[in-house]
Each structure stands twice: as structure tokens, then as C-alpha cells.
Ligand binder design. Structure first.
Ligand code: MRU
Length: 352
């Protein structure tokens, strides 16, 4: 497919001496970068959602490690790693749910442990590899996922899983891009994704930039949409996929999956293998990020809720494997995921 036609946004750009991050808090009306010159600025950007989406935060953290490396003097990788440990720990603590963050920093630690006096080049090469491998994985998953979609299907996606959430092209949105390019998709629906509005502010903007018609729906409209027969697939990304196939993703994914099962709509989860956590047995073991209730009390800076009201703001949920029809990764597709099928694709536990 013509990737240049469908994949033009780049949220993370290494500038040689700093990291430029497209400020996703301001999209779609202000297109502006945040320039990070040290690793703590990258950690803050991840925490504050300047950059978000599981693969994108892993890639950003890897570049954050490169920035941290500029601040220490060491004779070899092991010496550098000892000095960098606090900065790497601060990057890792920026957000708890997406395993890509831990995975990327584990890769950085692994290469540093064995690097010689050229450890700075090794570190930069590893960050670049994490980024380029993600783009390649997304393009491959796009083809694998699109092949599952019967021509003329309607699809519903949730949150933002596009170029903005990855090195480029996207996971679930990559499948939708590929499906549209192949003429398989008759209609694209995106749910708003309260409270931060990743669907409303980011996904439909990305699709508009690509010239792909998309219809925004309120999160609460999803079941009604499915009942009407306009959607054959719910296609979402993931922040962590457990050894038994349970999937942590943006809050609201679980209710979409329940509604999908009720209405005979299939659920596809699209994520690179960097999102698969074979060391966590089931969704019970995943820490669900709780964010400031203030995110729910206002919209676009205007308070919408009376003073004194309490709000509960978990930003991810877990969809049990039994509600998932297919997990698409760059290694292949796991149909009707369970522990045995996950182990057959990813091996049982241990380093990936
Ligand atoms: O809080 P966010 O915006 O980082 O949450 C993002 C999601 O839940 C995405 O669906 C997931 O990270 C996959 S992105 C390819």
C-alpha cells in the first residue's frame, strides 16, 4: 500500500541534541512541539500526556535515556548504567499500565550492561531501533489485521492508536488504514473516549488528515450503534496483553467488548509484541492508572461540573480474553486467545 499517502504524522522526532514531541494536549487546533532537552523533561511529557499511547511512550522513554546519557561520564556501558539508574527509574515511573515503557527501558538496560566504551552510540542505536521496529511492526500488523475484515464491513475504534500513539501508521488505526486502502471498510466510527477525548481530538483528526471519512460517536452510543448493524468489528489497541490473553486498554474498551459480544460484533486487538507481557498471568496483575479526578470536571479548560462533586478516574480497564476474537501482533494472529494459544505464539514467560 502507499504508506506515504496514509501515514504523515510523526509525534516523536529525535533532533540530534533534543527530543521534539508533538504536544497532544493541544491537538487538533494547535499543532506545536514540546522540546525536551533532558530525561526528566521526557518523563514529565509522558506523565502529562504530551506524548501518549503505549508504543509512543516506550519510544520516548528510550530517547529520554539517550538524553540522560549525555549528562554522565563513564568508561563503559555498565558504568554508565549505574549512573543512569535513577533517571531510568524516573522515566519508568512516569505511567504504570503500558508495559511498552518498561519493555523499552529493559532493552536499554540490557544493551548498556554489555556495551564497551562506545556505549553512547550503542544507546542511541537501540533507541533508533526501538522506533524503527515499531513502525515496521505496525505496517505488518496493518496487513494481517485487514485480511480478517470482510469487504464492506463497518468498524468502531476507541481511543487513539494511530501515528500519534506509535512511531507511525498505528496499531488498530493502522489496520483501519490498511483496510480502507484495500477497500474492505465501508464505514469508520470512532468513540470520543472520555474524559481526555483521544478519539474526538486525535483519532478523527488523524483520519481527516488522511482523507478517510470517519464518524464520531459518544462512548455511550456504541452499543446502540452495534445494535443497528452498522459495525462488524470493534478494533482497538492495547497497553498490556497478559499471558492468558486479557487486554488492558483505554477505559471504555471493556464496555465496547461486552456490547460487541451481545450483538455478534467481533473484537480485534492490535498491538506489537512489545505490548505482550507474558510475565503477568492475567488482568488481575495489571496496575490500572488512576488519574486526577480534575480531568473529569472540566472540558477544554471550562469547568462543567458543580464544585464539591467527587469523580473517579481510572483511565484503563481490562477486557477478559474471552471477549476478544483476535489479537493481531507483528508475529502473527492469535485467534480466540487463551493461555495456551498465547504461549504458542510468545513462549511461556521469561525475557522476550
Ligand atoms: O492514556 P493513553 O492515551 O496513553 O491511552 C492510550 C490507549 O489506551 C491506547 O489504546 C493504547 O496505548 C494503544 S496505542 C497504539
Amino acid at each position: 500500500m502507499d504508506f506515504d499517502r496514509y501515514d504523515r504524522i510523526r509525534p516523536i522526532r529525535w533532533m540530534g541534541d533534543h527530543l521534539a514531541l508533538l504536544d497532544q494536549r493541544k491537538l487538533p487546533f494547535v499543532v506545536e512541539d514540546v522540546h525536551c532537552t533532558d530525561s526528566d523533561a521526557v518523563a514529565a511529557a509522558i506523565r502529562d500526556l504530551v506524548v501518549r499511547g503505549a508504543p509512543a511512550i516506550g519510544i520516548s522513554a528510550a530517547w529520554g535515556a539517550v538524553l540522560a546519557g549525555r549528562e554522565v561520564q563513564a568508561e563503559d556501558g555498565a558504568g554508565a548504567l549505574a549512573l543512569l539508574a535513577p533517571a531510568l527509574d524516573r522515566l519508568q515511573a512516569a505511567r504504570p499500565t503500558a508495559v511498552n515503557l518498561m519493555w523499552a527501558l529493559a532493552r536499554i538496560r540490557r544493551v548498556l550492561r554489555v556495551a564497551g566504551d562506545n556505549w553512547r552510540e550503542v544507546l542511541e542505536c537501540e533507541a533508533r531501533a526501538i522506533e524503527t521496529e515499531d513502525l515496521a511492526a505496525n505496517r505488518h500488523m496493518g496487513a494481517l489485521g485487514a485480511a480478517l475484515i470482510a469487504p464492506g464491513s463497518g468498524v468502531l475504534t476507541h481511543c487513539n492508536t494511530g501515528s500519534l500513539a506509535t512511531a507511525g501508521f498505528g496499531t488498530a488505526l493502522g489496520v483501519i488504514r490498511a483496510g480502507v486502502a484495500e477497500g474492505r471498510i465501508g464505514g469508520v466510527f470512532a468513540s470520543e473516549t472520555r474524559p481526555w477525548l483521544q478519539g474526538a481530538r486525535l483519532t478523527v483528526w488523524e483520519l481527516l488528515e488522511d482523507g478517510i471519512p470517519a464518524t464520531l460517536v459518544a462512548d455511550g452510543a456504541a452499543a446502540h450503534l452495534m445494535k443497528g448493524g452498522q459495525v462488524q468489528w470493534v478494533i482497538v489497541g492495547a497497553d498490556r496483553i497478559c499471558a492468558n490473553g486479557d487486554v488492558a486498554n483505554k477505559i471504555g474498551t471493556y464496555s465496547h467488548a461486552i456490547a460487541a459480544r451481545h450483538h455478534g460484533v467481533r473484537v480485534m486487538v492490535v498491538a506489537p509484541s512489545s505490548t505482550v507481557d507474558m510475565d503477568t498471568a492475567s488482568g488481575e496483575g495489571i496496575e490500572i492508572e488512576m488519574r486526577d479526578p480534575a480531568e473529569m470536571l472540566s472540558m477544554a479548560g471550562t469547568r462543567t461540573v458543580a464544585e464539591g462533586v467527587l469523580a473517579w478516574n481510572p483511565v484503563f480497564d481490562v477486557t477478559p480474553a474471552g471477549l476478544v476474537d483476535a489479537i493481531v501482533t507483528e508475529r502473527g494472529v492469535v485467534q480466540q486467545p487463551d493461555a495456551a494459544r498465547m504461549a504458542a505464539m510468545f513462549g511461556a514467560g521469561g525475557p522476550r
